[in-house]
Design a protein around this ligand. Structure first.
Ligand code: GLO
Ligand code: MG
Ligand code: MG
Length: 412
């Protein structure tokens, strides 16, 4: 192939994307509670070892693209859209006004707001640092974000305490820091109750998001399970207002089965919001788009969520790779991520209705014929053949994932 001139590269991307086929329409995409974060689309490719590869993108452009693509919801950190030094000033109100206008003009709703407590130097010691001034400022920021959320019609607030921890062992006393962190959340809930009452709106759902490591070396609430015990610890004044926003990759990062973490959150009645992405076990937070690494696991996750009637947002918290251009972010990255998610969601529906899987799982639950329930040998023998169904179930799930259950044409 000859070198491709720059002017022909976008048309090539567009043509090959069309050839891929299988895209859903914006109307079909809008039927799902999918949210696109401001920070995901605006991510410029920078990291500790990486210079940016893309140019900045403002919220007006992001919201316009989301509207065109059929991503019906938008989420943001306060500082993604409002510079830190104008937060909580009149200038903030003017920006929020512009955001509201952009959302309305593009048919996009704000689903979630979140406070950035990890990037600015004021949070070098975390959001629950020793200094009472830092903690007071953090509490004001959380309350301010809640108010922005109400102003924009959001129903969720998310908290990712990735800087709640330490690099230097022994410098931070864990019980005290967790108490201070709870004070911040309590202040956010109190502000929410007051604002909601004033506006006649329901209070927000406050969702905690765990990550096992990064940016702190040691994190005080590293997993969704740790978050559940924190919610139930008695430190929160409104535990009923606080639930979880698990992130698929964050659970995978510590070696967990994300589906099992989600199951525990469901049993606790706390699965309220879900960050969807992909990546690798025991590696850093690469935030790859959904389904590109673990599609079979993702299918199984969605089977669990569909069968338990999960109805919260699916938040596209991933990072378009550095190799994707500004153009590619909206031409390829977002539409393909959404379409893989919807494909997997539809396949999860097929799994739930598949006659082979149904009969296999029913048979496993029925078990074999046993006359003496104290006879270990009889019980073992009675179920021995049936248990082969576990592997057959795995094969059937693979077939559904690849569409092989609908037939396959062979080239040999
Ligand atoms: C970082 C987190 C981050 C959160 C966001 C929402 O690893 O995934 O993107 O989801 O700050 O609070
Ligand atoms: Mg996340
Ligand atoms: Mg992540």
């Amino acid at each position: 192939m000859n070198p491709i001139p720059t002017s022909e590269q976008r048309p090539l991307i567009d043509r090959l994307t069309r050839v891929c086929g299988g895209a859903y329409t914006p109307e079909q995409r809008r039927k799902f509670f999918i949210s696109g974060p401001q920070w995901a689309a605006a991510y410029e490719g920078q990291a500790l070892f990486h210079a940016p590869t893309r140019s900045p993108v403002g919220f007006e452009e992001v919201i316009r693209h989301y509207g065109e693509l059929g991503i019906g919801h938008w989420a943001t950190h306060d500082t993604d859209v409002i510079p830190a030094d104008v937060l909580m000033t009149g200038e903030q109100d003017a920006i929020v006004e512009r955001i509201d206008m952009a959302l309305r003009n593009n048919g996009v709703a704000c689903s979630m707001v979140t406070t950035e407590t990890f990037h600015h130097a004021v949070f070098a010691g975390g959001p629950a640092a020793e200094s009472p001034h830092v903690r007071e400022y953090a509490a004001a920021r959380l309350a301010n974000t809640v108010n922005i959320g109400h102003r924009l019609g959001a129903r969720y607030a998310v908290y990712w305490p990735g800087s709640l921890g330490y690099q230097i062992q022994g410098a931070v006393e864990e019980t005290q820091t967790l108490r201070w962190y709870a004070d911040g959340l309590n202040a956010a809930c109190e502000a929410d109750i007051a604002t909601a009452a004033k506006l006649g709106r329901p209070t927000l759902k406050h969702c905690l998001e765990a990550k096992p490591f990064e940016p702190q070396a040691e994190i005080l609430l590293p997993t969704s399970d740790a978050m559940l015990s924190f919610i139930a610890s008695g430190l929160l004044t409104h535990p009923e207002m606080v639930g979880l926003n698990p992130e698929y990759l964050h659970e995978l990062m510590w070696g967990c089965a994300p589906r099992a973490a989600l199951a525990r959150a469901i049993l606790a009645g706390k699965l309220w919001h879900f960050d969807i992405n992909d990546g690798y076990r025991l590696k850093h937070d690469v935030d790859i788009a959904v389904g590109l690494v673990n599609p079979l696991d993702w299918l199984n996750v969605l089977v669990l969520l569909r069968s338990h009637g999960y109805n919260g947002p699916f938040n596209l918290d991933y990072k378009p790779p550095r190799t994707t251009s500004n153009y590619g972010v909206f031409a390829v990255s977002f539409p393909t991520a959404v379409d893989r998610f919807i494909s997997l969601w539809e396949m999860a529906g097929e799994v739930l209705e598949d006659p082979v899987l149904r009969e296999a799982t029913d048979a496993l639950k029925a078990g074999g014929v046993v006359t003496n329930s104290k006879d270990v040998r009889e019980i073992t023998e009675a179920n021995k053949e049936l248990l082969t169904l576990h592997e057959l179930i795995g094969h059937r799930l693979f077939q559904i994932l690849l569409g092989l259950h609908k037939g396959r044409s062979y080239s040999l």
